[in-house]
Design a protein. Structure first.
Lengths: 507, 313
């Protein structure tokens, strides 16, 4: 989501001399809490009435308590300075973002449909490649994608589930419709923040939480464990699941340890693993213990330096061969990233139609493929309105935010585009929806996205909750934590058919 | 069954925690002694430093204490020990309870906060008192929230091995070869020594206020019930190693268990009179050496064992 740039400024106002919520003025984007006529949306009514009873001081107190608890739990990342290193928490906002049951039902169905189709696509790509033969997706686009792994061709993958843990990025456009911006099929992170935010929100607004009928997400860790266990061979009755982390210096280390702890699975590093005769073991205090399923939080490139990158020591030598031999399961499967490639993304609606013979429930953001001459022409003509991204890059590199760029930058970028059009895609700039956030003592609208988490083993489970990422800078549309983004809890409300017990079951 | 790396981290976490507590207490006693105008302060400081590191004359007790507590460059300082304990805890965050982690993290945040130096300057003794209390709370959380299984035993092994070595070093600095022929003789320094071992009150209950070098050594070396005596520590080391050997079937774990059993027996059956006549120096040196051997044996048996022995054939 590092793509949309700082495009809109909310009108200035002086928040401090008013009650914190009186100053709230949504802009042109869809607002999660207020409708167009500044009326509170029904599903936000309880929260709004609670907030309006709290003064600025009380809100600030609650925010401080919240931050303190994150710091104490060690939900931090390390900022290395010249002399000392300090630890900082990911900024967290105390107001939950609320999604009504009906909207969630659509998101849930759409995400399940999408992941089902993408896994079928991956099984096809790494199998007979029929979709390529049928010309639905261009062959060179898939086989030339940086995340395509030739080594995976023809390998057995349990349940044909290549992407087992998926974290899609959704945004809500000006019309109030949720659309998919990105599928994350590699090692999506953020689920620990989803769970930690929920713990915090329960303490911050206990009464509102209780009366609102929020669906529980507490079962995520055991669902994840069940998903991972479902991948193990059936003749291994009590499979050993481990979480593979790059180590304590990784920025998501907290999450790796958190998931391992809540699943009761050992948190291993590459150096703890030994591969012998195509079997994977971990070194324990009582000798070597066989490993069956590896939930790896290490990128494809680093899991086995004999097969992939040679300069990496984060994985275990010989791991891929053991995988190839079917003696260990790696989740997500290596090469799953080819299905979340930025150029393949444009074909996902077609992929859904092709495999499932269904219309996509969730739409894509309109995407122009510069490899197509016609679309390239359109992109070049409309550079001032579009966001152009390099296919292989991420984190905001190799990107042009048209409305923000100077004429010179645009014409320079046009040259690059023409030189290597197949490396670029373009999308219109979209106003993400806004939600109320506490900023310097005042409640202000900030742009948010939505990252739900989907599990896929023997079945697909959509967790009834999500990480809502927040662009804390006023008017900014960039929600990445590396660029001043924060997060907040996401409440998915129970519908008439949901009971508290069913709240955490798959639909 | 647990990861070898994790066992190693838990073990070191225990060692660093114990070290942090010991150095905090040395500094505390040293500072308190320096308040008394009786002229014994330098001696107390020398004992403390002799037991912790090199002596740098010309520094005031407060300077010395400050660097012992907050100097990030000094590998023996409390801040470094706490930071390393926490670093190890982070490595095994999935193996320790949240209660345990939060106690340690709280202490870490307190001692690394930019405000720490000011707090120390203003009320050093109170500050040290709080640090020590925090460490006790940490140990309490370990004891009352962690399963007393394998991981906990590695942590306790670290604590007791470190403790045995630190007390041996303290005794050596006071009465052994490191005292350089001038063992502690005056009453106040001897009380200071007991305080540094957190032993004053338990000592008084056994021997009353009759404080003598021979009795101090007897107490800190051989007392069966005092948790900071070397005998108590080595008995725990032996106990934990025996239990660990029961967890698995590593033949090599016989080595640390045997070493610990020998050391423990040595202390259990030591002849007080003989020790008193020949000086404690010899025994202290043996204890120190044996602790070092046990440390290496633990590493060899549980952590860095040769893979060939364990590969399926």
């Amino acid at each position: 989501m590092a793509c949309l740039g700082d495009l809109r400024r909310v009108d200035d106002h002086d928040p401090l001399d008013r009650p914190p919520s009186a100053a709230y003025r949504p802009g042109v984007a869809y607002d999660e809490m207020y409708d167009k006529d500044a009326g509170v949306r029904a599903h936000y009514a309880a929260l709004q009435s609670r907030i309006s009873t709290l003064g600025a001081g009380e809100l600030a107190d609650r925010q401080r308590t919240l931050e303190q608890s994150f710091l104490l739990q060690g939900i931090t990342f390390t900022v290395y300075g010249a002399e000392t290193s300090t630890e900082q928490i990911i900024p967290t906002d105390l107001f939950p973002r609320i999604i009504p049951a009906a909207e969630w039902a659509k998101i849930e169905a759409g995400l399940a449909q999408r992941l089902q189709a993408l896994n079928l696509f991956l099984a096809d790509i790494y199998g007979d490649q029929i979709i390529l033969k049928d010309g639905v997706v261009p062959r060179d686009l898939v086989l030339g994608a940086p995340a395509y792994r030739r080594e995976m061709q023809g390998l057995y993958v349990p349940h044909k589930a290549y992407a087992n843990v998926c974290g899609s990025d959704l945004i809500r456009n000006e019309a109030g419709e949720f659309v998919v911006l990105e599928d994350n099929l590699r090692v999506p992170s953020g689920v620990s923040y989803m769970l930690a935010n929920r713990d915090a929100a329960k303490r911050t607004f206990p009464g509102t939480y209780r009366t609102s009928g929020v669906r529980s997400i507490e079962r995520y860790p055991d669902m994840l464990l069940a998903t991972l266990k479902s991948l193990a061979a059936e003749w291994r009755p009590n499979p050993q699941v481990v979480v593979l982390t790059p180590g304590v210096y990784n920025s998501a280390y907290y999450e790796h340890a958190y998931l391992a702890r809540l699943m009761g699975a050992p948190l291993v590093e590459g150096r703890d693993l030994v591969v012998h005769d195509n079997l994977v073991y971990m070194r324990t205090t009582v000798g070597l213990k066989r490993v069956d399923v590896i939930y790896r939080r290490v990128d494809d490139d680093y899991i086995d330096h004999l097969t992939f990158r040679r300069d990496s020591a984060l994985g275990a030598a010989g791991l891929f061969n053991a995988y190839r031999a079917g003696n260990v399961v790696i989740a997500n499967a290596p090469g799953a990233g080819v299905a979340d490639d930025k150029a393949v993304y444009a074909y996902v609606p077609e992929i859904i139609r092709y495999y499932l013979d269904q219309e996509p429930i969730l739409s894509n953001v309109e995407t122009y493929l510069c490899r197509e001459p016609k679309q390239l022409g359109y992109v070049l003509d409309n550079l001032d309105k579009l966001v152009v991204k390099a296919v292989g890059a991420s984190g905001g590199y190799g990107m042009l935010v048209g409305p923000h760029a100077s004429a010179q930058e645009r014409s320079d970028f046009a040259q690059q585009l023409k030189a290597d059009p197949s490396n670029y895609i373009a999308q219109p700039t979209i106003q993400l929806s806004t939600a109320p956030c506490l900023v310097d003592g005042a409640i202000e609208p900030r742009h948010v996205d939505l990252r739900p988490f989907i599990l896929c083993g023997d079945k697909i489970v959509v967790t009834p909750g999500a990480l809502t990422r927040v662009a804390l800078k006023r008017g900014s549309l960039v929600v990445n934590s590396s660029q001043g983004g924060g997060s907040k809890d996401t409440w998915v409300l129970m519908g008439e058919n949901d009971t508290a017990a069913a709240g955490d079951q798959p639909a | 069954m647990m990861l070898a790396r994790v066992a190693d981290s838990l073990y070191w976490m225990g060692r660093y925690i114990e070290r942090a507590e010991h150095v905090s207490r040395l500094s505390d006693v040293m500072l308190t002694a320096s308040l008394d105008a009786t002229g014994d302060a330098p001696r107390a400081a020398r004992t403390a430093l002799g037991a912790s590191e090199d002596i740098d004359e010309g520094k005031t007790a407060v300077d010395v204490a400050l660097s012992l507590i907050l100097d990030r460059e000094d590998p023996g300082s409390v801040i470094v020990s706490v930071a390393r304990a926490r670093e190890n805890a982070r490595q095994v965050r999935d193996q320790i309870t949240s209660e345990t982690w939060e106690r340690l993290n709280l202490l870490f945040l307190r001692i690394t906060s930019p405000d720490a130096k000011r707090q120390f300057d203003q009320r050093a003794v109170t500050y040290l008192h709080e640090v020590i209390s925090d460490l006790h709370l940490f140990k309490g959380a370990v004891d009352s929230t962690m399963s007393h299984g394998e991981g906990w035993r590695f942590l306790m092994l670290g604590i007791y091995l470190e403790r045995a070595q630190l007390i041996a070093r303290l005794l050596d600095a006071s009465f052994g070869e490191a005292a350089q022929g001038s063992p502690l003789s005056d009453h106040l320094s001897q009380m200071g020594l007991l305080r540094m071992a957190c032993a004053l009150e338990p000592y008084l209950r056994v021997y009353t206020a009759d404080i003598q070098p021979r009795l101090i050594q007897e107490f800190l070396l051989f007392n069966e019930d005092f948790p900071r005596s070397i005998r108590f520590s080595t008995a725990r080391i032996e106990e934990h190693l025996r239990a660990l050997a029961g967890h698995g079937n590593v033949q090599a774990s016989g080595t640390p268990e045997r070493l610990a059993g020998r050391l423990s027996s040595r202390l259990r059956f030591a002849d007080l009179e003989e020790t008193a006549s020949s000086g404690a120096g010899g025994l202290l040196a043996t204890i120190s050496q044996d602790c070092g051997r046990i440390h290496e044996a633990i590493y060899g048996a549980f952590v860095a064992y040769p893979l060939e022995q364990h590969l399926p054939t």
